[in-house]
Design a protein around this ligand. Structure first.
Ligand SMILES: Nc1ncnc2c1ncn2[C@@H]1O[C@H](COP(=O)(O)OP(=O)(O)OP(=O)(O)O)[C@@H](O)[C@H]1O
Ligand SMILES: [Mg+2]
Length: 349
């Protein structure tokens, strides 16, 4: 079943087109990560889904019910959508359990039911012992859990999250990613999750949507976005690696040979790839030492389990993970696999 559909949705503000003819269909139970640079329209898309904004053009459907069009608007309180914000947006004068119970009170849920729903959701997010505290007596991660509990306690099939982990440190983020993952699985709800952080998107999403200047540049599974990015921007925004100028030969059946400084490298390519100049995306796991391509070490960073090396090769800079820092700044490398990024003029896949 489809959770929601956007049909050519355009949203303009005075002086800015925040979303430009965005079309998207998301199945129920998906975890969608909305990814893209600042100002690309991520929050606007969430606000349109929640009903806080109205589209200038196009329609939004929940299942097969139209909730928004230029002439028709279902208000937020009738959409059964819950939101989690970066800033938590908790009531400072209310306890944890009062904050979580608040949307249930508004919805007229009787006190007894309210108490049992709140206790059960606090248990699920690991906050049972803190029900009586006020937000200023909690850590950032605990506050974010309260906000998540408040979203999950509602009878909402769609949970919208706007950069919920942006204010947390690296360790808390990692543990909250697991919490989001578990609660998504357990609840079976559809999540739309805005983030700047591509690692978060790859870890959580069943579906990634990359926006740029108010348009979708690519939508697909994390694996597809990672291994077959449709533009240079997606290639460099998601995952590690580097783009290398090369000449593509013998394209066909999703494969090609890329010549890098005359040396042939077998690559994957789109079915519409053409022979000629191209850019090749090389991921660290595609690079091995002792090959024919000359490389110069431009930077070396210790990452605990390995050294991350920035290597200049003919046509570009790539990243390789090395076991030891090595003695020389001149190496020979082999590229085992790579992706020929479609030319910008080609239609996105
Ligand atoms: N209420 C508004 N009035 C005018 N312009 C707006 C309004 N809301 C958003 N915009 C503009 O629309 C564009 C998209 O904004 P949006 O907040 O959706 O971006 P975003 O992708 O969420 O960015 P960020 O990652 O910085 O949060 C921006 O150019 C922004 O300035
Ligand atoms: Mg935003």
């Amino acid at each position: 079943m489809t959770a929601f559909t956007l049909e050519s949705v355009t949203k303009r503000f005075a002086g800015a087109t925040a979303l430009n003819e965005v079309s998207l269909s998301i199945p129920s139970g998906a975890f969608v990560a909305l990814l893209g640079p600042s100002g690309c329209g991520k929050t606007t898309l969430l606000r349109l889904l929640a009903g806080f904004e109205r589209p200038n053009v196009g329609r939004i459907l929940f299942g097969d019910r139209c909730v928004a069009s230029p002439r028709h608007h279902v208000p937020p309180e009738e959409r059964h959508v819950a939101m989690v914000f970066q800033s938590y947006a908790l009531w400072p004068h209310m306890s944890v359990s009062e904050n979580v119970a608040f949307p249930l009170s508004i919805a007229g849920v009787p006190a007894v039911t309210r108490r049992s729903l709140v206790n059960s959701v606090l248990d699920r997010v690991g906050l049972s012992g803190l029900a009586a505290r006020r937000p200023d007596e909690l850590s950032g991660g605990q506050r974010q859990r309260v906000a998540l509990a408040r979203a999950l306690v509602q009878d909402a099939g769609l949970v919208l999250c706007d950069e919920p982990l942006a204010n947390l440190d690296v360790h808390l983020r990692a543990s909250m990613i697991e919490t989001f993952q578990r609660l998504h699985h357990e609840s079976g709800r559809t999540f739309v999750y805005v983030t700047h952080d591509q690692a978060e998107a790859l870890a959580l999403a069943t579906e990634i949507v990359v926006l740029e200047h108010g348009r979708i540049v690519q939508a697909g599974s994390p694996r597809t976005i990672y291994s077959e990015p449709s533009t240079d921007a997606v290639a460099t925004f998601v995952g590690r690696g580097g783009l290398v100028e090369a000449v593509l030969e013998e394209p066909g059946h999703g494969r090609a040979v890329a010549r890098i400084a005359g040396i042939p490298v077998k690559v994957r390519a789109s079915h519409s790839a053409l022979a000629g100049p191209a850019r090749i995306l090389v991921r660290p796991e595609n690079v091995s030492l002792g090959g024919p391509i000359p490389a110069r070490v431009e930077g070396l960073v210790f990452r605990g389990s390995h050294y991350e090396a920035r290597l200049a090769i003919p046509g570009g800079t790539i990243v390789a993970d090395l076991n030891t820092p090595g003695g020389s700044d001149r190496l020979g490398v082999a590229i085992e696999d790579a992706w020929a990024v479609p030319q910008e003029s080609a239609p996105p896949t």
